[in-house]
Ligand binder design. Sequence first.
Ligand code: GRG
Length: 297
Amino acid sequence: MNNDFQNWASSCQARIEAFLEARLPASDCVPERLHKAMRYSVLGGGKRVRPLLSFAAGELAVADVERVTIVAAAVELIHAYSLVHDDLPCMDDDILRRGKPTCHVEFDEATALLTGDSLQTLAFELLAEKRIADAAETQLEMITQLALASGSRGMAGGQAFDLDSVGKMLSLPELEFMHIHKTGALIRAAVMLGARCSSYLRDDQLAKLDHFAKCVGLAFQVVDDLLDSEATTATLGKTAGKDAVNNKPTYVSILGVNQARELAEKLQHDAHQALNEFGDSALRLRQVADFIIKRKF
Ligand code: GRG
């Protein structure tokens, strides 16, 4: 990672952290335990790759950074909620997330359930409370876009498919379908919501950006599967090797390590190609895509 990108990413991460810190209810605000758990699950952790994608897309679209911060925070809150619920005993049953005990371990299951619920609704509160697009109709479309990406036709649906696939042999198209929903939909929303904070880009340009986001979303998951099979729990800050233990179909179990790595590289290439017409103005988006694909944790 070069210094210029590192500095840019750090400033975006600091911006999103400060915004979330200010917008999450204070720990001493009743009900204290729930608010503590919400702050515990969101603040001071994670790579913030979805906010980075929103900021990079916002830069391409010459969007107001205050608006982009709101959509980046909303997407990150949905992501944080999904992690809290995914770690619950009724789902992945994990004890470690972002290098610390999972929310239900640190607090309790009921609090973790309510934490996820409350983070999700806070995301939509943020999108509805201030102007984030030039036209009111666009803002409503953006809210709908995040709802669709998060719900049963997006991330939650992908998770249902995932739970159902344990112990089964999926075909590559089935695996792709699952991940386009489970992880890809929110990554796509992060990019598109960032871009739609301004009306600078034409529809055909937004379509190119959407294709970029689809490639990055899938590449994210291929890399996640590779890391789960190759990295350590200490590096990842979450339990490594769980896919094999849980008998989950992954890109590694279906393609093997080498072909999975080749697929990640092909998706990286396709993602770059989708941005060709934007030239230098898409530099940050290319850099975030490369960061996602080359990451070690
Ligand atoms: C519970 C509705 C519901 C959905 C859960 C996304 C998801 C669906 C579960 C997360 C479980 C998981 C490990 C998915 C694989 C990809 C993924 C989302 C990894 C974690 O994202 P990172 O690497 O995490 O961006 P950080 O901690 O950096 O934010």
